[in-house]
Write a protein that binds this ligand. Structure first.
Ligand code: SPV
Ligand code: MG
Length: 431
């Protein structure tokens, strides 16, 4: 009897899956891999039921002989273990980012004469509707809110990109690349005060009020499912901060990061070029503790951002503050620097990790952008935020287009670097 292998990455069995099993049975005994939580998350398929429940659903399907765990999106390991004669999959993996996975499967099977069976991918109205429902479900507050903690427990580093609109949200949600046979994508989104303010043509000085910031979040949430980390600036008055925490938590935001500054907040990347005041340890701890008392779920995180290195107060001050903020209940520490060299950030991480192995560390490598995610991981960093690169790439592109139209008295000259009209019209999916 030949062995046919397929892998399911779903919470719901629909006719597409039944179709695959039916076809697979024509070739031999059917073994189904159920993708682990860790791998599903990497695939932006967030599980809404447990791994055990997913295994149970597949086990109960007619025609399935055996169920195994597939722990990676790549099939290498599972193929080595099972040595199936065939791997069967919908033909949607013939092109696009999934092609890399198919190529690897093909190479692995070739070593011993195995074969791929591509079956027409079932994507009728019914399957589309089920897919859309699953997507919308994981975007609901109760699922989205807890995703960040889950990612922290399952991913070596949570890759986070700045978003400030529905459109940038879609880029964060949908951008997938293939690299070295692995699929890569962003795990979470950062609602930056700098970029949210800039998009509204305002300076980054806590001028854009919270109601307006919440509107931005709402636009992003409408079209995405990934978890949101909100840049809460200083958090404002403690009496106001508690309301912000309550609202964000209700909306389904996963975390707020507040920085230990007081008075007129200026962007950290100005450093000491402008006057900025660091909060006292005691007052900032009070703010953290008030927020922690206010939140209602275990999922929501309040992350304390330390400005000691930005304000040239030294490493010892940064570490003292980190200790105090964790003591006050902070669920994570963000350490910031505006040096080009990542040395002081990495030194902080090493020293902090010597005394605290659990509290997540967040970094924003805007100035020290030569540092890689692998290096950050090696120094104990858990969340990396690319805080402003989408805004900084869009602005010069738009400005150049405006200049060139003015210079040429027409738009033809700019056309070849623009997205085709056909693409912009179909960029946004309709319900
Ligand atoms: C932001 O993105 O608004 C930040 C990070 O707070 S930074 O601009 O580096 O201060
Ligand atoms: Mg900010």
């Amino acid at each position: 009897m030949k062995t046919v292998y397929t892998c399911f990455c779903t919470d719901v069995i629909h006719e597409g899956h039944l179709n695959i099993i039916q076809k697979a049975r024509e070739y031999g005994e059917v073994v189904v891999g159920v993708l682990s939580d860790r791998a599903m998350i990497r695939f932006n398929r967030f599980p809404t039921i447990s791994f055990e429940e997913r295994v149970q659903i597949v086990r109960e399907m007619d025609g399935v002989s055996r169920v195994v765990v597939q722990d990676e999106i790549a099939y290498d390991e599972v193929i080595r273990q099972i040595r199936p004669d065939y791997v069967i999959h919908g033909d949607n993996w013939i092109s696009g980012p999934m092609k890399a996975v198919r190529d690897q499967v093909e190479a692995a099977l070739k070593e011993y004469g195995g074969e791929i069976i591509d079956v027409p991918y079932t994507y009728n109205e019914n399957v589309k509707r089920i897919d859309a429902r699953i997507r919308e479900k994981v975007g609901m507050p109760e699922y989205r809110r807890k995703r960040l903690r889950l990612l922290l427990s399952l991913c070596p580093i949570v890759k986070t990109i700045e978003v400030h609109s529905g459109l940038t949200g879609l880029i964060a949600e949908k951008t997938i690349v293939e690299r070295g046979g692995e699929l890569d994508q962003f795990d979470a989104m950062w609602v930056s005060s700098l970029c949210d303010s800039t998009a509204k043509g305002k300076p980054d000085i806590e001028l854009v009020d919270m109601t307006s910031r919440f509107r931005t979040i709402d636009d992003i949430m409408e079209v995405t499912t990934k978890p949101i980390i909100f840049d809460g600036d200083t958090g404002g008055l403690i009496e106001h901060f508690v309301y912000t925490v309550r609202t964000l938590e209700r909306m389904g935001v996963s975390a707020i990061i507040i920085e230990d500054k007081t008075g007129l907040k200026r962007n950290s990347l100005f450093g000491t070029e402008v006057s900025q005041t660091q909060d006292t340890v005691e007052h900032f701890c009070e703010k953290i503790a008030a927020g922690k008392r206010t939140q209602l779920t275990d999922a929501f995180m309040i992350i304390a951002r330390i400005e000691s290195l930005i304000l040239e107060q030294g490493m010892e001050d940064a570490l003292t503050r980190a200790r105090a903020y964790v003591g006050a209940g902070a669920d994570g520490i963000m350490i910031h620097s505006r040096r080009k060299d990542p040395a002081e950030i990495l030194q902080f991480c090493d020293l902090f990790r010597q005394e605290d192995q659990r509290t997540p560390i967040v970094v924003v490598p805007t100035s020290f952008n030569s540092v890689t995610e692998e290096e950050l991981m090696a120094h104990g960093v858990n969340i990396v935020i690319y805080a402003n690169q989408l805004t900084r790439s869009a602005f010069p592109a738009m400005q150049r287009t405006a200049v060139d139209i003015l210079k040429n008295h027409r738009a033809r000259e700019v056309d070849e670097r623009l997205m085709p009209i056909g693409e912009i019209l179909t960029l946004i999916d309709e319900l």
